[in-house]
Design a protein around this ligand. Sequence first.
Ligand code: NAP
Length: 272
Amino acid sequence: MGWPVMHSRSPMMHNYWFRQHDLAGTYVPLAIPPEGLASALRALRPLGFAGCNLTIPHKQQAMTIVDEVDTVAKRIGAISCVVVRPDGTLTGTNNDWFGFIHNLKQEQPGWRADAGPVAVIGAGGGSRAVCYGLLQEGAKEIRLVNRTFARAKSIADEFGGPIKALPWEQRHDVLDGAALAVNATSCGMIGQPALDIRLDKLPKTALAADIIYIPLETPFLAAARKRGNRTVNGLGMLLHQGRPAWKAWFGIDVEVTPGLRAIMEKSILSDE
Ligand SMILES: NC(=O)c1ccc[n+]([C@@H]2O[C@H](COP(=O)([O-])OP(=O)(O)OC[C@H]3O[C@@H](n4cnc5c(N)ncnc54)[C@H](OP(=O)(O)O)[C@@H]3O)[C@@H](O)[C@H]2O)c1
């Protein structure tokens, strides 16, 4: 469910898994305006849905509608996945952090969150999931910068631990000595300006990751690749967050295969 939603790549991915597992079902985009979210979520059970994913602008509002918000979604402050339980009640969770971490692990085998300082640029919903995941994985130092400092500060205050909020002016300097740099802003997404950052202080050994997947290579990733850094784009974050959803909806372990990635990449490239 989203508003708008017809651009979503999620149906392609979930319907790939329906075919792969020979399961009689389908994943449909549901265009639901904010004022219709409560009725739409309540209709999941009578309509026979196992659950749904939520995208912009529903991830926060849904927290006030579902019967239970699990501890992960509470911590991240947003629901990305709703599960209809056998008794018909709705539980909300967030799988975006799982998607981010498992994409890095699949794309860069041996990657560790505690390999060195992590620079995270951006402090919106995606960043909250990224920071949560990095903390789960044992990151020892997270340097968080955002255009609006207060949003970075509130993540650092809420999550605590090794997250340090720093002013936007320091975005170039936080890359100094970093093992991982993440663009978690919407800058570089199709139709948006590129992220305004200089990479000269980023070690050549560092990994550069983006959570954006349209385009597959953002200007941030292109600049990092050109100077010799390894890069990981945001497509796998979308793909991997689908795995725990399938486990919760159908009890099935699905995989992010090269075939699935290829189908998704082809579809995105045809739109770029
Ligand atoms: N791969 C995935 O599965 C996945 C999952 C979630 C999100 N995403 C993608 O991640 C991106 C961010 O999503 P979100 O949900 O976190 O959005 P959001 O909550 O609206 O946050 C947007 C972030 O971008 C920053 N920003 C926007 N314009 C900027 C500019 N001109 N200069 C500097 N910073 C700017 C915002 O800073 P301010 O706080 O100052 O406004 C904020 O930190 C989107 O492209 C989304 O599609 C991907």
